[in-house]
Write a protein that binds this ligand. Structure first.
Ligand code: GTP
Ligand code: MN
Ligand code: MN
Length: 621
């Protein structure tokens, strides 16, 4: 059997047309549809998904939908995520590796006929503002309409992205025929396609007459990346992080490799705009591991009078040096794919306002009047719900109504605090970079690094803990360097080296680096710092430092605030002291954890980081 409906590819890019044909020949879909990104297409596909049972239209929110996944397909699958570099060493000790030839052979079998009975959607997309210098193009081929409509929220998807791919292809051809490089692209770029190729299948072909599942997927899953050829192949899952390939797969794993090769940065960072009463705006980026508060900080409502926070991005930042020697950041995404549970009026009112319509909710609970609910949305749950598995639910039920990783997919443009310049193709100049994680013990509220190298040392030691440990003792940690552990597309030791290289760039005006911790706990296991809007006090200290207007105390681990603004804050003096002092004994224990962590990277760990470690020991005495 061959493809039954062959449509001529509606593109002048020969490479794209040939690739789509090649994948269709392999996967054997019933139909091929090129997504244009139009309103009409969104309406048609969401209607189709409603008819099909994948989506439920929400009576209470305009143009919004509810999806419940297969109960086995609810999160990113890190143990099924692979970096298929030619050499195992280039994937590094923190990634799963399969040789590319072996992986391609496996996919040759798995993808054979895997789209039978389905429509193959060709989804051209742009990560970052259309036509921007820092932006990048891609095409995702998928057999999931849910993925196609989600990509319309999360990326600049459709005709306009396709036209850009064609323009680049035409420019490359002209350059080749004239025998010279063109468009400022490096020689190395020419070895790659005009766009990143991403293939996705839920891995559930349909026999003629077979009734489909509302959420088709396969128990065999592969999320594979080919860094040298800039390709992504994803099989068996329909869940966001595994299936919306523009996000983690492209904008972090593949982009981190592109960034290494081309001298820029692809990071798991929010970007916010901070305006003090003086009106002198600053842009700040921050990397925290998943579920450690990026989306919250990006939409923060300051408690200190006269200060304003606006949002540029909540999850990913791409940064490049501008002509001014500063790092300029864009948010490559067009939407927020945020954790729903815990998001409520009290914790993140701006996220709640963003969700008024045009959104897709996955694995939350459904109310009887056709709206969504999740733990933390309101203080009291409704008397009756349908839970994320489709069962009747009451407050007496044993399990939470929403899956803990339930997500919303919503347009960034709807965020009430979105900054007017969030789509500026040149990006925004970054003044400070924050690292952080959940640390019940040891780590102060905020620490200023002593230098760029020391900042890289702090980033390489980002760690987070889930369980409460008693104050004064080092709890069990998972190191998550730069919050990139699951997202770095190459050897993480080399990635540390790339950060150091960035700092050595001639004429660079580098951001200052800070380490923050909102999650310090007391002996009763309660958070000491009120967090959320009160985190604006820490942002204020950072901006005052940048302006040379705040004082700091030197400690063995870095510079701590001498004059944090605590006016109107209801916090006992003793708690404040805990948050802003360094216990040398605790930190000697903490430092002892570093060598085994660094040893993981062997000879790939830059010598400068061992020097920083030694300097820390010396300062601890
Ligand atoms: P990903 O989107 O998965 O990368 O994660 P994220 O970093 O965006 O995490 P998110 O903002 O969704 O994390 C939310 C969790 O952190 C919720 O449980 C929040 O209640 C909690 N949180 C956020 N900010 C604070 C804070 O300042 N203090 C405390 N105690 N908790 C916070
Ligand atoms: Mn988030
Ligand atoms: Mn994330």
């Amino acid at each position: 059997m061959s493809v039954s409906v062959v449509v001529p590819a509606p593109t002048s890019n020969g490479e794209l047309a040939a690739w789509v044909n090649e994948i269709a020949t392999l996967t054997q879909p019933d139909r091929i549809e090129w997504c244009d990104g139009s309103e009409e297409e969104w309406t048609r596909l969401t209607n189709l998904l409603v008819d099909h049972g994948t989506l439920t239209r929400l009576a209470a929110r305009p143009n919004s939908f509810y999806a419940k996944s297969d109960p086995s397909d609810v999160a990113r699958v890190e143990d099924r995520t692979f970096i298929c570099s030619e050499r195992e060493e280039d994937a590094g000790p923190t990634n799963n590796w399969i040789a590319p030839a072996e992986m391609r052979q496996t996919f040759g079998e798995l993808f054979k006929g895997c789209m039978r009975g389905r429509t193959m959607y060709v989804v051209p997309f742009c990560m970052g503002p259309l036509g921007g210098e820092i932006s990048q193009l891609g095409v995702e081929i998928t057999d999931s309409a849910y993925v196609a409509v989600s990509m319309r929220i999360m990326t600049r998807m459709g005709d306009r992205a396709l036209r850009l791919i064609e323009k680049i292809g035409a420019a490359r051809k002209a350059g080749e025929s004239e025998g010279r490089a063109n468009g400022g692209r490096s020689k190395r770029d020419h070895e790659h396609a005009d766009f990143v190729k991403a293939v996705h299948s839920v891995g559930a072909p349909l026999q003629p007459g077979q009734v489909d599942m509302p959420w088709p997927c396969n128990s065999t899953k592969y999320i594979s990346h080919f860094p040298e050829t800039r390709e992504i192949w994803s099989y068996g899952s329909g869940y966001g992080g595994n299936a919306l390939l523009g996000k983690k797969c492209y904008a972090l794993r593949i982009a981190s490799v592109m960034a290494r090769d081309e001298g820029w940065m692809a990071e798991h960072m929010l970007i916010l705009k901070l305006t003090p009463p003086s009106g002198e705006t600053r842009y700040i980026a921050a990397a925290f591991p998943s579920a450690c508060g990026k989306t919250n900080l990006a939409m923060l409502q300051p408690t200190i009078p006269g200060w304003k926070v606006e949002t540029i991005g909540d999850d990913i930042a791409w940064m490049r040096f501008g002509d001014d020697g500063r790092l300029h950041a864009i948010n490559p995404e067009a939407g927020f794919f945020g954790v729903a549970p815990g998001t409520g009026e009290v914790t993140n009112a701006n996220a709640i306002k963003t969700l008024w319509g045009n959104s897709i909710f996955t694995n939350v609970a459904l109310t009887d009047d056709g709206d969504v609910w999740w733990e933390g949305l309101t203080e009291e749950p409704p008397a009756h719900l349908t839970d994320w598995k489709g069962r009747s639910w009451t407050p007496d039920s044993d399990e939470p109504a929403a899956h803990p990783n339930a997500r919303f997919t919503t347009p960034a443009s709807q965020c009430p605090t979105i900054a007017p310049e969030w789509q500026d193709p040149k990006g925004v100049p970054i003044s400070a970079i924050l690292f952080g994680g959940r640390r019940a013990t040891a780590v102060p509220l905020v620490t200023e690094s002593l230098s760029w190298e020391h900042g890289v040392f702090l980033g390489a030691n980002v760690a987070s803990e889930k369980t409460a440990a008693a104050e004064g003792k080092v709890g069990e940690l998972r190191y998550d360097p730069f919050a990139m552990l699951p997202f770095c597309g190459y050897n993480m030791g080399d990635y540390f080296g790339h950060w150091l290289d960035i700092g050595r760039r001639a004429g660079a005006e580098l951001p200052r680096i800070y380490y923050v911790n909102w999650f310090r706990k007391n002996a009763d296991g309660r958070f000491i710092w009120p967090g959320f809007g009160e985190n604006s006090r820490v942002l204020k200290w950072i901006v005052d430092r940048l302006n040379g207007e705040a004082r700091a105390v030197p400690t063995p681990i870095g510079l701590l605030p001498a004059d944090l603004d605590t006016e109107g804050l209801d916090l006992p003096e003793e708690d404040l002291r805990t948050l802003l002092t360094v216990d040398r004994d605790v930190w000697r224990e903490e430092a002892a954890l570093i060598p085994p962590h660094f040893d993981t990277f062997g000879t790939h760990l830059p010598k400068e980081l061992w020097d920083e470690y030694q300097a820390l020991l010396d300062r601890l005495g």
